[in-house]
Every structure is written in structure tokens, then in C-alpha cells.
Ligand binder design. Structure first.
Ligand code: UTP
Length: 324
């Protein structure tokens, strides 16, 4: 991951009203049930599903620490022990690899243990993303922080978080990330109404969770990266369960749009045009693995040869007029 966070020393301190200070903490919610991936996620967290040979969550933690957020809080829940084990030491494994003299694999195993300062908090009941973020309130305290969803991967070649951190540093308030989606698919996402600001940075004027395509204010969908003002915690405490009976982060952000800037209000967005992979969705998960594996130096050449052969022998899809 490229892109260090700009040194913000000399700028406003984190305790000032606008909270345009340096961000050091990342909250990564991983307590969801992962129902779209059942039965694979019955006993294994979806964030631990391998993306080639690394669990999805490691890409996300690497993205956070690569952007300078060395204090990482994972919001976990039942059945998520594998995530804690992954970021812990694995003595027997290390000893076995050391004995074999397999330095390369040893380094790969150790990589996940030295990624920043990782903390955990449990979300007793998975009562929604907003509730998961609220579980991080005591750890985060009164400073702006990032939220990265544990199943949403941003390609390190297209850094997004450093831009969002920079927007929050310059303007205060909160920052979300948006992508343009097919208008017919907007009902799968939180959707933003926006006004232009500067280039790919826009002002958010309204947010709607999973709107009907006919009434959606735009085709701009919220993806799993946020830089939030700590005022969001007070708003979340007052936010009733919304769509699906869950406490929605989108609902809390909607409230923050209209709050005065001095109280931590205002929401901007960065429109992201890079590569993003939603590993919580089965089809996107498959696309992710094929894309990333085919680009790898070690696996790519053989895998691409296989793919070419596979596609060449694939029967054509039956068109609408072809049904017999
Ligand atoms: P998703 O809605 O994609 O997760 O939440 P889910 O509920 O696990 O997925 P499905 O729809 O049942 O397959 C996005 C992120 O927020 C976390 C999830 O772990 C995921 O990383 N999350 C969601 C929580 O931590 N707590 C919750 O209550 C809900």
C-alpha cells in the first residue's frame, strides 16, 4: 500500500471543534454473520476466507497500517476466534518452519503478527454496522478515526484512504467513499445525493440506505471506507434501528450532514474510480481471486494459461432466441 498520511503536526489539535487532526486509529467491524456465504461461514468468519493465499481481513489491516493507522481495533463477535488467532503468534508453526529452514513461509506467517497495534472489542449482538462502530467508542475516544469494512478490499495500487484522510484533515467533519454503480443495482447499497466540491471530492447532501432504483437520488453508492468525526458516537447512541432492524451507520451520517461544522457536522465524499473487491459477495469473491491470482508473479503465468484454455473450451451462453 502506498501513500503515507501527511504529517499533520502544527495543524489543529484533535481536541479542537473541527477535529482536523491527525488520524491514528482504525476500527474494522468483523462481527457480521456473513449469511450470504453460508455454509462456508457457519464456523469460519467470512473475513478469514482466503483471497488467493491471504485472508481478506489481512489485506484490510495492511491497508490501514499502510496509511499510517497503526492502532487497529477489530470489532469481533461469536465464532470470530480465528481472526484473533491469525494476528497472534503461531509458535508451533514457526518452530516447524524454522526447523525445515523454510524462511520464505516463516516470513509470511510472521507478517500478520507485526501489523500495527491490534486491539479487540466484542459486539455481543450483531445489531448492525452502526452498532459495531459504536462498540469502538471507548477505544477511539474524542478524535477522528477511520472505519474499514473487513470484507471490502481496495486495491493497494489505487490508494483511497490517504485521500480520505487528507480531505478530513482539511475540512473536518466526516468523509465517506462512493463508487458509481449501475442505477438498477443501487438498491444493494447506501446511496448519496451530492453537490460538486473539488474534482472527485463532493459534498454529501443526503443519504438513503438501499433505495428503490426509481426513487434513488443518484447512482453513487457508499463503499466500506469512512473517516469519521467522533460526534458520530453521540448520534449513533440516539439512532433507532432502521432498515432490517439494524442500527445503520448511514442513518447516523445522514443526521451529521445537517449538524453545524463546530459540532462535528458535515459529510464529504471521495468518488473512488479504482479497483475494489467486495469479498462478502460470492460472485465478487470469485472475481477477486481470479483477478488477483492472474496478476501475481508467482502464480500468474500458470494460472493465466489455465484460464485461457478454460475459457476457450467453455460452451457459449444460450441467447434469448436460442432456447429450443
Ligand atoms: P455486511 O452487511 O456486509 O455483513 O456488513 P454481514 O451482515 O456479515 O453480511 P451478510 O449480508 O449476512 O452476508 C459489512 C461489515 O460490517 C460488519 C461485517 O462483519 C462486515 O465486515 N458487521 C455487520 C458487524 O461487525 N456487525 C454487524 O452487526 C453487522
Amino acid at each position: 500500500m502506498s501513500g503515507e498520511v501527511t504529517d499533520m503536526s502544527g495543524d489543529q489539535t484533535a481536541s479542537s471543534a473541527g477535529h482536523k487532526g491527525s488520524v491514528t486509529k482504525a476500527v474494522i467491524p468483523v462481527a457480521g454473520l456473513g449469511t450470504r456465504f453460508l455454509p462456508a461461514t457457519k464456523a469460519t468468519p467470512k473475513e478469514m476466507l482466503p483471497v488467493v493465499d491471504k485472508p481478506a481481513i489481512q489485506y484490510v489491516v495492511e491497508e490501514a497500517t499502510g496509511a499510517g493507522l497503526n492502532d487497529v481495533l477489530l470489532v469481533t463477535g461469536r465464532n470470530k476466534d480465528a481472526i484473533e488467532n491469525h494476528f497472534d503468534r503461531a509458535w508451533e508453526l514457526e518452530a516447524a518452519l524454522e526447523k525445515k529452514g523454510d524462511q520464505q513461509r516463516l516470513q509470511r506467517v510472521q507478517k500478520s503478527q507485526v501489523l500495527g497495534d491490534i486491539h479487540y472489542v466484542r459486539q455481543g449482538d450483531p445489531r448492525g454496522l452502526g452498532h459495531a462502530v459504536l462498540c469502538g467508542a471507548a477505544h477511539v475516544g474524542n478524535e477522528p478515526f477511520a472505519v474499514l469494512l473487513g470484507d471490502d478490499l481496495i486495491d493497494p495500487r489505487d490508494p483511497l484512504l490517504p485521500t480520505m484522510l487528507d480531505v478530513q484533515r482539511r475540512h473536518g467533519g466526516s468523509v465517506v467513499a462512493l463508487i458509481e454503480v449501475d442505477p438498477a443495482q443501487i438498491n444493494l447499497y447506501g446511496c448519496a445525493a451530492v453537490e460538486p466540491d473539488e474534482g472527485d471530492v463532493v459534498r454529501v447532501t443526503d443519504l438513503v440506505e438501499k433505495p428503490d432504483p426509481d426513487s434513488a437520488p443518484s447512482n453513487l453508492a457508499i463503499i466500506g471506507r469512512y473517516v469519521l468525526h467522533p460526534a458520530v458516537f453521540d448520534v449513533l447512541r440516539e439512532t433507532p434501528p432502521g432498515r432490517g432492524g439494524e442500527i445503520q451507520l448511514t442513518d447516523a451520517l445522514k443526521t451529521l450532514i445537517d449538524e453545524p461544522a463546530d459540532d462535528g457536522g458535515g459529510v464529504r465524499a471521495v468518488v473512488f474510480r479504482g479497483r475494489r473487491y467486495d469479498t462478502g459477495d460470492r460472485l465478487d469473491y470469485l472475481r477477486t481471486i481470479v483477478s488477483l491470482a492472474s496478476e501475481r508473479d508467482d502464480l500468474g503465468p500458470d494460472f493465466r494459461a489455465f484460464l485461457r484454455e478454460f475459457v476457450a473450451t467453455m460452451p457459449p451462453e444460450a441467447g434469448p432466441g436460442d432456447a429450443s
